[in-house]
Design a protein around this ligand. Structure first.
Ligand SMILES: [Zn+2]
Length: 559
């Protein structure tokens, strides 16, 4: 489950039944022991949190592959079970980046950063701070420009910095150093996803404390050494894909992500302390991965053979649904033949008292409500005399903070099984001993029954649903109503989807469009998009520049 959406706002459509006093349904099914074995392996410290692109992810992948093999699945990755994909993390100040003033080396990131659009150069110079000379680095205090524009809502500081660098280069500057001696917070940081056009000269920001110690005497000349090494940061992740070929015209996809947060290096941890700690992710999502393996085992011998079955363990989910997105863009089966997709993310914490499970994607096909009715559950209830095994909350949306979203975007009916958020979510305490193994066994049984009950029925019809709410709209007073593509690595913000009835849709924006400018603000990355939305107010009418295919278009958006 992705961290960006920690507050799930789930619409409660139907509450099937609620009997909090009913007792736990125990089971002798070998599935329970198998689930325990898988989760204990995947959530062991040895796997170091299964972060995408690490040794721990590789160990998890090997384990899933061995399980798939032992069950008798056919490899359906690229060549074998794995399917590789690239996670582009944007730009980074690589080793070799250096700033030395008067013989002292400043600390990269802490004392200074160079803007990601700086060219890679090496230089030595003796500039005077106060005097802009030809063929020398220049120094600019942001104080004046910040104070002048203090109450100007149209002022785009990032754009001013870029255009000043161009101007300075034309006038002979070889580099531009910024600092801020004012009390106004300029909020400038190194933004790895900034895809602005490369600047003719390096642009460097010296942070407050460093500026106070090195640039306080404005009449001084500095002995300066600067090397810039901006590079791309990339990782390779792997999905694991196995197949049961029943020679059927349609295929059912079951999926669960197996990656997690590692030591929390990617900034998606909710661990209060900043010390690195292994995030075992037993519920998120060793639980779904274990359920996936057990469903593969059950479906391999099932009499329900009117579909083929594809089992995908996704990686890169925690970074932004990278693995599932890569699969749907590079499918190893024909997506047109996909009947429906079921995603399991965090299915290990069924409460024995409430027994609540949330099933998302309920609105993505009219067939779901025909098959997953309250009557269906009463009928299939293991303990008919008392209460049902599960109390189901339905959420209609086909989108949400997990991999089913990628399939919904390809017009495939989806379901998303989820036992709910808890206090260990994205913390090092999400451990195997807190999993409800009997509860998860009930969920596996439920999914199996559902798949079997749909065997032989015609391919499911797809219906579009509302978009699930994201933090973009929760955090700001206005929302555009676009679902940003977190895996997009070009300039601007690409819309994965556009919400019905929201400002972007009303202005004619469509999925696939890339937003380049909102009002006076250039959108160079998701970060600048968020900052710009933070400046907008309800009722604001602004021009939005966007790219559709090769064309750059304009429209008016009213917030
Ligand atoms: Zn997660």
């Amino acid at each position: 489950m992705r961290a960006t959406f920690t507050k799930l706002s789930l619409i409660l459509l139907v509450l099937v039944s609620c009997n909090p006093t009913s007792k736990l349904v125990t089971t002798q099914d070998p599935t329970t022991g198998n689930l325990k074995k898988h989760i204990e392996f995947l959530a062991d410290d040895k796997l170091e949190g299964r972060r995408t692109g690490t040794k721990g992810e590789e160990l998890a992948r090997e384990y899933i592959k061995e399980q798939f093999e032992a069950i008798g699945l056919t490899p359906k990755g690229t060549g074998s079970f794995p399917q590789a994909f690239t996670v582009n993390e944007g730009k980074t100040m690589q080793d070799g980046t250096l700033l030395q003033i008067n013989g002292t080396e400043l600390e990269k990131g802490k004392d200074y950063f160079c803007f990601p659009y700086s060219p890679n150069v090496s230089m030595e110079a003796m500039p005077a701070i106060a005097v802009p000379e030809t063929d020398m680095p220049w120094f600019t205090d942001l104080k004046e420009i910040l104070e002048e524009n203090k109450s100007n809502p149209h002022f785009d500081l990032a754009e001013a910095i870029r255009s000043n660098a161009k101007k300075a280069a034309k006038q002979g500057a070889t580099a531009l150093f910024y600092y801020n001696s004012s009390a106004i917070d300029d909020k400038l940081t190194f933004d790895p996803k900034d895809r602005s056009e490369q600047s003719p000269i390096p642009v460097v920001y010296i942070k407050k404390d460093a500026a106070a110690s090195y640039l306080s005497d404005k009449t001084a000349s500095l002995k300066l050494k600067l090397t810039i090494r901006i590079g791309e940061k990339k990782r390779t992740g792997f999905n694991v894909v196995g197949y049961i070929d029943n020679n059927a015209p349609t295929t059912v996809i079951l999926g669960a992500h197996f990656d997690h947060l590692g030591y929390g290096e990617d900034g998606n941890s909710r661990h209060a302390s900043h010390d690195p700690a292994i995030h075992n992710g037993a519920d998120d999502n060793a639980s779904g991965t274990a359920a996936l393996i057990e469903l593969a085992r059950k479906l391999k011998t099932s009499k329900a053979t009117h579909n083929n079955y594809l089992f995908i363990a996704f990686s890169g989910e925690e970074l932004g649904l990278y693995g599932s997105k890569h699969f749907t863009e590079n499918p190893t089966i024909d997506l047109k033949s996909v009947n429906y997709m079921i995603n399991m993310d965090m299915v290990g914490r069924l409460s024995d008292s409430s027994k609540v499970i949330t099933i998302g994607g309920y609105g993505t096909s009219p067939e779901w409500s025909k098959n997953i009715t309250p009557e269906y559950f009463v009928k299939n209830n293991a303990d008919k005399k008392t209460a049902p095994d599960l109390v189901i909350r339905f959420d209609s949306s086909g989108t949400g903070p997990s991999d089913h979203t990628s399939f919904y975007r390809k017009d495939i009916p989806v379901l998303f099984y989820f036992t709910g958020l808890h206090s260990d979510y994205h913390k090092p305490t999400d451990d195997a001993d807190r999993i409800n193994y009997n509860g998860e066994t009930v969920i596996v049984g439920h999914i199996l029954k559902l798949v079997e009950s749909l065997d032989g029925t015609p391919k499911l019809a797809f219906t579009k649903t509302r978009e699930a709410q994201t933090t973009t709209s929760a955090r700001f007073s206005v929302s555009m109503g676009i679902m940003p593509d977190y895996t997009f690595s070009g300039n601007g913000v690409r819309a994965d989807g556009v919400s019905e009835g929201k400002p972007a849709q009303k202005a004619g924006l469509k999925a696939g469009d890339i937003v380049l400018q909102i009002g006076d603000f250039t959108i160079s990355s998701l970060e600048s998009y968020m900052q710009t939305l933070g400046k907008m107010k309800k009722g604001d009418k602004v021009k939005v520049k966007y790219k559709r295919g090769e064309a750059v278009l304009e429209t008016m958006v009213e917030f």
